[in-house]
Design a protein. Structure first.
Ligand code: ATP
Ligand code: MG
Length: 162
């Protein structure tokens, strides 16, 4: 499906920024991004999971920078927050179902969001990486081919459940 990624990102950020108790998401767009051939259902899973994590794991006064860039045939989406961070020892299992870091305290969650996001990225033949420092912040970076022959999103969600 052809998709205007920039418009899509703007709409999502607008909705998430309606909550006054959470940090505001700053959207930055770089490079040339025309139409992309991506499954919007998969993209919404990827972005809502990453952005809602950035908001949940950040203090009210924190900063969230969301960058959408086009580099040739690749789309790069990065979500950077100034939140609680992730201990290094928790990073290896982060994209597995029901895995949560040891420093989440009483913040609610099931540990499924990133596992689903990873499945959606894999379905697009993309990559997802994380870099984080406890007490400083976290950055997730997703790279997707701008034109990917993607299948239906339904089996992705089903296969990520136990
Ligand atoms: P949910 O299924 O509701 O998304 P969750 O947020 O706990 O629950 P994931 O989104 O899969 O689950 O994230 C897994 C874990 O990774 C989280 O529990 C948290 O420990 C850590 N994590 C993810 N994103 C961040 C972030 N931006 N800052 C700090 N920790 C994070
Ligand atoms: Mg989550």
């Amino acid at each position: 499906i052809e998709l205007d990624v920039v418009q899509f990102a703007k709409q999502l950020v607008e909705e998430l920024n309606l909550n006054p108790d959470k940090p505001r998401i700053n959207l930055r767009v770089c490079g040339e991004i025309d139409q992309a051939t991506l499954d919007p259902k998969l993209l919404v899973h990827i972005l809502t999971n990453l952005l809602s994590n950035a908001l949940k794991y950040s203090p009210a006064g924190g900063t969230v920078n969301f960058t959408v860039s086009g580099e040739g045939e690749r789309l790069i989406l990065s979500v950077e927050d100034s939140g609680i961070g992730i201990p290094e020892s928790d990073l290896i299992h982060l994209f597995e179902s029901f895995q949560r870091a040891s420093n989440v305290g009483s913040l609610p969650g099931t540990g499924l969001g990133l596992a689903i996001a990873k499945k959606c990225v894999d379905r697009h033949n993309g990559t997802i990486t994380v870099s984080s420092t406890v007490g400083v912040g976290t950055t997730f970076t997703v790279t997707l081919p701008l034109h990917s022959p993607v299948a239906s999103s339904l089996p992705v969600i089903e296969s990520s459940l136990p």
